[in-house]
Design a protein around this ligand. Sequence first.
Ligand SMILES: [Zn+2]
Ligand SMILES: [Zn+2]
Length: 246
Amino acid sequence: MKFFTAVGKFFKDLFAPTNFKCLNCGRDVFDDTGFCPECAKLLPHNNGKTCPRCGVGIDGEETFCGHCAFDKVYFDKAYSAFSYEGIIKKAIVKMKFHNLATFATPLAYHLVELSNKHNLHFDVVTFAPMSKKSKRTRRYNQAQLLANAFCDRLGISQPMDALVKVKETSPQEKLNKQERKQNLVGAYKINADVKGKVVLVIDDVKTTGSTLNECAKVLKNAGATTVLCLTVASRKEKIPFELEDN
Ligand SMILES: [Zn+2]
Ligand SMILES: [Zn+2]
């Protein structure tokens, strides 16, 4: 009897519609996308012209964004599902700062979609780490939760703690270009053997790109052959690029 109950539960769970609340309006959502049909219409998909290297939305004639054209980029490719604005920005801010860690599961759905769309292959999944102090304050690392949910959805082993953050840094947003670079120097250390591996780094949002770039630098220095990055959203490049100052 017990056996049949367990089997019954297994199938029930398997076919039960997922019941999330819409991350934007709170209505019930019966699929994995995290947004009700009305709010889904407002999603800022990153479907327009994007930088072929880092995946940010770009306008104008240039092929690459200003960062990839002028700075040293250590990751091989980065992809974002959405542009960091509107209801996605709202959802990410809630996940990060309003103790809504549960948002990570539906948002990871979009990371899986993105990974499938680009047919990504990787040996190791990891995430942008947080310092111990920040993790104590927030109690969770949203990038890690996204990576966990991403692996769960794909049915692969849980992400690796490939990197540790060993230095407290100031929020990148508040710094100018030079300060940003300085801020992250020595912030990350390698924590796993990634030699000869293709590493996928997951983060919630890519704003300046410096965090992922610094993570990629450390992974490459430790022998990773390829570093790919996936974020839920990335900030569209501002025109003209010079004004952005990062
Ligand atoms: Zn909604
Ligand atoms: Zn770029």
